[in-house]
Design a protein around this ligand. Structure first.
Ligand SMILES: Cc1ncc(COP(=O)(O)O)c(C=O)c1O
Length: 408
């Protein structure tokens, strides 16, 4: 049998994306046991880096083993119990994922919606909170399916004043846009690994405040076999998930070092190294880099003759959405772009599936030479496939001009 051969790709999607070789190298280190003092030191340092990444003083800032939805599910299933009202603003596919997870946790979902490509004004969400009086407001910060960045900076305070908790999915914007958790008074926030942070999928940084921790600990149950008499038994209203129970995970990610699960130590190496690189770059500088390349790509695509999709005042700074040009078939074009050139772009879901493409500039990929190479190939290939009103060289010229005129 032949040994593994993986072809090189230029991944211009909203994740997963390429990983910095320093992260891959970190992940090739020897295995440590999950209670080895070398590893528990690394856990503490990783928690500190997660705090910095979210600009928070929260005690609780640690990763969940599993892809981003594991982080979201852990937060939702720990805070939502049977019959709890949860308000979910929906502007795309990932709002529906929140609904799914809340329903599975037994919550009563209330929604407020906007068509894909739009956001919901914060005043409208606050008015809806007054009407519904939810226990939790669960919201997506970067709705990857439509490329919109939902404003949330007023919602934490408003929810708190109404006795509600905020849960924010910042999976796609984390480390690509600034998310000052304490300043925005957000209770629980979930970041993503395989996007702007550029770590292989499988680990998810989260943070939450003491108010949130106190609430979830009302439903704490430590499993038999590792529970102490102080833990009690709690046979009634306990958190129903075991693996994604934040209260038991607090036991592992603290001095107690509760023997709950076998930590994915190698993923923590990768997370640590990527966070170190991100914090060394600087949270604001990293956000600036994403906006800079986002703008460059957008200007090039527009000059090439493509129409930008959605409300341009609320774009995620790491995804450009364009209307698929006349005469092009979504999956066929993307398939050929991948097969012939090793370049991947994304389609989408729901009401605009087959109508738009999403082109991502996330984390390690958000570099000038990647975008120059992408635009050169993408424009010429579109023209070669007979897309109408496309001028490939105008796109490349606009991109070169942008980079010549604008400093990062
Ligand atoms: C906004 C958002 N939330 C949640 C998810 C789910 O993440 P995962 O596929 O890592 O479980 C994604 C993935 O693309 C996302 O973009």
């Amino acid at each position: 049998m032949a040994s593994l051969k993986v072809n090189r790709r230029l991944i211009m999607t909203p994740g997963p994306v390429a990983v910095d070789p320093r992260v891959s190298q970190a992940m090739s280190n020897s295995i440590l046991g999950q209670f080895d003092p070398d590893f528990t030191d690394l856990m503490n340092e990783t928690m500190e880096l997660i705090r910095k990444s979210f600009k928070t003083q929260n005690k609780w800032a640690y990763p969940i083993d599993g892809t981003s939805r594991a982080g979201i599910e852990a937060v939702i299933s720990s805070i939502v119990s049977k019959g709890d009202k949860v308000l979910v603003p929906v502007i795309g596919r990932f709002g529906h994922l929140l609904i799914e997870l809340i329903e599975r946790a037994g919550g009563e979902v209330h929604t407020i919606t906007a068509p894909m490509g739009q956001i919901i004004p914060q005043e409208d969400i606050i008015k809806e909170m007054d009407k519904v009086q939810p226990k939790v407001l669960a919201i997506i910060h970067g709705e990857t399916s439509s490329g919109r960045s939902q404003p949330i900076d007023q919602l934490g305070k408003a929810a708190k004043e109404r006795g509600a908790f905020t849960v924010v999915d910042a999976v796609a914007t984390y480390m690509g846009q600034d998310i000052p958790v304490d300043e925005w008074e957000l209770d629980a926030v979930i970041g993503g690994a395989q996007k702007c942070l550029s770590v292989p999928s499988g680990i998810t940084p989260i943070t939450y405040n003491d108010r949130f921790s106190e609430e979830i600990n009302k439903r704490k149950r430590v499993e038999e076999g590792i529970r102490t008499t102080e833990d009690g038994t709690n046979d009634s209203n306990f958190i129903t998930s075991n693996y994604l129970d934040l209260t038991q995970l607090e036991g592992y990610w603290s001095e107690r070092r509760l023997n709950h699960h076998t930590e994915a130590t190698v993923n923590v190496y990768g997370l640590y190294e990527s966070l170190k690189l991100a914090i060394d770059e600087g949270v604001e500088q990293r956000a600036r880099r994403h906006s800079y390349h986002h703008q460059a790509l957008k200007e090039a695509l527009t000059a090439m003759g493509l129409d930008i999709f959605g409300d341009q005042d609320y774009e995620m700074q790491m995804v450009v959405c364009v209307d698929i040009p006349e005469g092009m078939q979504d999956t066929e074009f993307r398939g050929e772009l991948l097969q012939r050139f090793g370049i991947e772009i994304a389609g989408t879901f729901g009401e605009v599936a087959g109508k738009i493409w999403r082109i991502g500039t996330m984390g390690y990929v958000a570099e000038k030479h990647n975008i120059m190479n992408f635009i050169s190939t993408f424009g010429v290939f579109l023209q070669a496939k007979g897309a109408k009103n496309i001028d490939a060289s105008a796109g490349l010229k606009a991109l070169m001009e942008f980079y010549d005129k604008n400093e990062l």
